[in-house]
Design a protein around this ligand. Structure first.
Ligand code: TYM
Length: 358
């Protein structure tokens, strides 16, 4: 190989309540990439068991995320769609990465601190090691592009740190076995040849961080106890309209320029949502609605959201009525994903010095 070939990988946890943030920050952005390069979209069920889970619910939500991928327009003939646990190489590489990553690195992860809360002693070891599995997801395909929302930035930095340490620790062995790829961006911190790429996240567009509809300082999240805080992908048109109507705002009309959105978190959020749903920018939205009160903007946003999301909900419901076809998409995808991951793991085992005779 002369360089890492372009490949997209991303994943969504099947933990229920897929929402507008997941759609705009991630899933909707997966769709156009399938026509640009090889793409792999995973339902990360191994990540979903890092917190207490119910097995029957996990099977249902795994199908639900798969249905969301398909309903959003991901074509299983172009992209690989599968659930993580069906490709055992993820867990195997994650173990190796557990031995590369340092306790200090993982202790700094803000998402672990948030999720573990005050009772850290009682968090699962899996929750602590969550980011090493995420690094394995990406690097087991030597993926070069990862479309994600802003909240995954720190995990992506950790993925690069792991790749960098692996490349450095085993540089001689990688060269000896002839398994290196010339480093596309040479630097003094890295050997000339790499085994794992230093993957950059793709965090772009007006929707990298969709905020709660009840509190513009909090991220829209699956786990927020208030259902009014988020628009779920399977909400009815009435629910969507109601949630937008009740969304927290301020009494001022919308500004004409984006500068005027500073210190107006709720207004900025709704404008960002409109921009992402319409395929525009905050600027184009404000050029149309600047000076207008929320009593005009909110109904327009509700109409747009219903027009974009209702067909997705309908399609998800249609697909979910036939679980066997969803399972078939996942097993076909797992087969194809495994065929890419397997040789990478074989080489990784050789680099590590594991003997193989079986
Ligand atoms: P998860 O399941 O929490 O979220 C899935 C995707 O949705 C994005 N997202 C948001 N984007 C904008 N605004 C929001 N309020 C919002 N909330 C969530 C997330 O950034 C993510 O892109 N660790 C990942 C799953 C994962 C993964 C991977 C992702 C596992 N392995 C490898 C990429 C590559 C997660 O918990 O996503």
């Amino acid at each position: 190989m002369t360089s890492f070939s372009p490949r997209v990988f991303s994943g969504v946890q099947p933990t229920g309540n897929l929402h507008l943030g997941n759609y705009l920050g991630a899933i909707s952005r997966f769709v156009p990439l399938q026509d640009q390069m090889p793409t792999i979209y995973c339902v990360v069920d191994l990540h979903a068991i890092t917190a207490k889970h119910d097995p029957a619910t996990l099977s249902r939500t795994t199908r639900e995320v798969t249905a969301a991928y398909l309903a959003a327009g991901i074509d299983p003939k172009k992209a690989i769609i599968f659930n993580q646990s069906q490709v055992k190489e993820h867990a195997e590489l994650a173990w190796i990465f557990n031995c590369i990553a340092r306790m200090g690195w993982l202790s700094r992860m803000t998402q672990f601190k948030e999720k573990a809360g005050k009772n850290r002693e009682n968090a699962s070891v899996g929750l602590f090691a969550y980011p090493t599995l995420m690094a394995a997801d990406i690097l087991v395909y030597r993926a070069t592009h990862v479309p994600v929302g802003d909240d995954q930035k720190q995990h992506m930095e950790l993925t690069r740190d792991i790749a960098q340490k692996f490349n450095n620790d085993f540089a001689e062995r990688i060269a000896e076995l002839g398994l290196g790829v010339p480093n596309p961006t040479p630097s003094p911190e890295l050997p000339d040849e790499l085994f794992f790429p230093l993957t950059e996240p793709m965090i772009a567009g007006p929707a990298t961080r969709i905020m709660s509809l009840r509190d513009g300082t909090k991220k829209m999240s699956k786990s927020d106890p208030s259902d009014l805080s988020r628009i779920n992908l399977r909400d009815t048109a009435d629910d969507i309209a109601k949630k937008i109507r009740k969304a927290k705002t301020d009494p001022e009309p919308l500004p004409g320029e984006t500068d005027g959105l500073e210190d107006r978190a709720e207004a900025a959020n709704l404008v960002g949502i409109y921009a992402a749903l319409s395929g525009g920018t905050r600027e184009t939205v404000l050029s149309e609605y600047g000076g207008q009160p929320f009593s005009v903007f909110k109904p327009a946003l509700a109409d747009l959201a219903v027009a974009k999301l209702a067909p997705i909900a309908d399609e998800m419901n249609r697909l979910l009525a036939d679980p066997a076809s969803i399972d078939a998409v996942l097993s076909d995808g797992a087969e194809r994903a495994g065929a890419i991951a397997e040789p990478v793991l074989r080489d990784t085992r050789r680099i590590m010095g594991f003997l193989e005779g079986r």
